[in-house]
Write a protein that binds this ligand. Structure first.
Ligand SMILES: Nc1ncnc2c1ncn2[C@@H]1O[C@H](COP(=O)(O)OP(=O)(O)OP(=O)(O)O)[C@@H](O)[C@H]1O
Ligand SMILES: [Mg+2]
Length: 321
């Protein structure tokens, strides 16, 4: 059971995890005078679902961008599964088993669902000059790649959309395709940036089940999410950021009761509270329509294309490669 992997770990910022797959130290990213990310020490436990929460502008996406090298941190060291990543290029990171999805779904609209998946798989040996002279090599590669496409289409129940253009998919189906694309590289960990944003409640449930299934298959999942029902229901561990820094981490129950989290995030849009923990809990358990504590941003429009996604780093065209 994943929860037991974290048994005995105290709810404390920067706490060591028994089997950390991501270890980050001193990660700092500023934009002019604005400190977007300033994370002292953060460890992500392998094989569990860790949610990253915090108010709009807290630095959650920027942290994902830095860790996966889509943006350049000005300082810091971090590793994934023992491999230092801070000098890798964005396209090299998935080779080490770490992939991410984007807050704005990045699909290639004019290509079919199947083509989107095929392009997300790592390089075909036949595309290299020497490999092109070795048909058996690329034929077996193509077979394996098509098997992987079939597996992802089946997993996300997108088989019937295989030959549809990605542009014809609903916002929710694009979220599924984004996850499927990320999984084509056979990662060990997946960073999901607001997979539920703009998705209807029924599909949120389906997405939650997919995320739990990924964990049960042994993947490490880090999830940026504003829907506190989802966060509370599926997370094994929760990390809260505010103004670039981690202000709390712990089990979902610890986080609900954490005064700093209520002050910076949970309570922020609902007024001050004398008993923050009880009220926060009540909101999450009972409050239909009030559990998404994010401010609406254009970034949450599931149908907008990827082009406006803030990104300054390398690897501009295709996020998942
Ligand atoms: N490319 C950029 N140029 C300038 N400022 C940026 C850039 N990217 C992010 N920022 C700023 O850095 C801060 C952190 O932004 P970030 O997108 O990481 O927040 P977030 O926690 O993901 O917020 P949200 O929940 O709204 O997605 C914000 O103040 C944001 O305006
Ligand atoms: Mg964000």
């Amino acid at each position: 059971m994943p929860e037991s992997a974290l048994a005995g770990v105290v709810a404390e910022v920067g706490v060591a995890k028994p089997d950390a797959v991501i270890v980050a130290d001193g990660v700092r990213r500023t934009f002019g005078g604005l400190v977007a990310v300033d994370v002292d020490h953060l460890e992500i436990q392998r094989g569990v679902i860790t949610s990253l929460i915090g108010p709009n502008g807290a630095g959650k996406t920027t942290l994902f961008n830095c860790l996966t090298r889509f943006d350049r941190a000005q300082a810091g060291k971090w590793s994934f599964d023992g491999v230092a990543l801070e000098r890798k290029l964005a396209y090299q990171v998935p080779r080490h088993g770490l992939v991410r999805t984007f807050q704005l779904t990045r699909t290639m609209e004019r290509l079919t669902v199947e083509e989107n998946l095929l392009l997300a798989a790592p390089g075909n040996p036949g595309e290299r000059i020497l490999g092109a002279f070795l048909p058996p090599l690329w034929r077996s590669f193509e077979r394996a790649r098509m098997d992987a496409v079939d597996a992802q289409l089946e997993r996300f129940r997108l088989d019937h959309m295989r030959n549809e253009r990605a542009g014809a998919l609903s916002g929710g189906q694009r979220k599924l395709l984004g996850m499927a694309r990320a999984l084509m590289t056979g990662p060990k960990a997946i960073l999901l940036d607001e997979p539920m944003a703009g998705v209807n409640p029924a599909l949120r449930q389906t997405l939650s089940e997919h995320i739990l299934e990924l964990r049960d298959d042994g993947l490490t999942v880090v999830l940026i999410e504003h829907d506190m029902d989802v966060v509370m229901n599926i997370s094994d561990w929760v990390v809260c950021m505010a103004q670039g820094s981690v202000i709390a981490e712990g089990r979902p129950g610890d986080i609900l009761a954490d005064e700093a989290v209520v002050d910076a995030y949970l309570g922020a849009r609902h007024g001050e509270s004398a008993t923050p923990d009880a009220e926060a809990e009540a909101r999450v358990v009972e409050g239909p329509g009030v559990t998404d504590v994010s401010a609406p941003t254009s970034a949450q429009d599931p149908d907008s294309d990827s082009d406006s996604d803030r990104r300054t780093g390398p690897g501009a065209e295709d996020g998942d490669e």
